[in-house]
Ligand binder design. Structure first.
Ligand code: C5P
Length: 219
């Protein structure tokens, strides 16, 4: 079973996917964390993230490893745990430009397909991102497009970040949505066969229940 969950920034994808994976005994892959880890590495190495050629030239260098336990997903780059720094402001502001670079996407899509293939030896995997249903796993039997009202998304993200300014968070989310939807290589779109779920007025438990129900019916 492969469950492809795409959607806008802050729509609750991570909490939903981890909840569904835990409930159904599936593995979990956060592809956004991989784009963030690639971005963190570029910043650490002084690469200009707005210079697509410079980013492409070094996209093959970092060694990224994602743990797929939904109870405690991990991500390391060259052996360093980067779970915390990839959520900081520097990476928030730089990740969408890095994610537009085709060489970055090609490398990470390969890595994601390897992880999915490995998980299919077990019970399966829930994969979250922007291009999972369209590009990474177009044959996934369950595809979900998750979104929510921008102000609801910003409120939730600001709370998660320990009381950041919701207006600033909303501006940053909208900026990422715009770049993610407008880029040439695998933009964020609602792919054929995806079930759209708007979480604005739903609790997390309700969304987890709804998506789990889709998986159980497809199994
Ligand atoms: O999901 P998250 O907000 O952590 O993703 C961070 C960024 O990584 C997104 O805004 C997008 O630019 C990029 N991304 C992507 N394709 C994916 C997952 C994330 O382009 N499959």
């Amino acid at each position: 079973m492969v469950v492809a969950v795409d959607g806008t920034s802050g729509s609750g994808k991570s909490s939903t996917c981890r909840g569904v994976a835990q409930r159904l005994g599936l593995a979990y892959l956060d592809t956004g964390a991989q784009y963030r880890a690639m971005t963190w590495w570029m910043l650490e190495h002084g690469v200009d993230v707005h210079d697509a050629d410079a980013v492409a030239a070094r996209a093959g260098e970092p060694d990224l490893v994602s743990g797929t336990d939904p109870a405690g997903p991990t991500i390391t780059v060259d052996g360093t745990d980067v779970s915390a720094p990839i959520r900081g402001e520097a990476v928030n502001g730089a990740v969408s430009p890095v994610a537009t670079v085709p060489a970055v996407r090609a490398r990470l899509v390969d890595l994601q397909r390897e992880t999915i293939a490995a998980a299919l030896g077990g019970r399966g995997i829930v994969v979250e991102g922007r291009d999972i249903g369209s590009t990474v796993a177009p044959d996934a039997p369950v595809k979900v497009y998750l979104t929510a009202d921008p102000s609801a998304r910003a409120r939730r993200r600001a709370l998660e970040e320990g009381g950041s300014d919701a207006a600033a968070v909303e501006a940053s989310l909208r900026n990422r949505d715009q770049i993610d939807s407008g880029r040439a290589t695998s933009p964020l779109t609602i792919t054929d066969g995806a079930v759209q779920v708007d979480s604005t007025d739903l609790t997390l438990d309700e969304v987890i229940g709804l998506v789990s129900g889709l998986v159980v019916s497809a199994a």
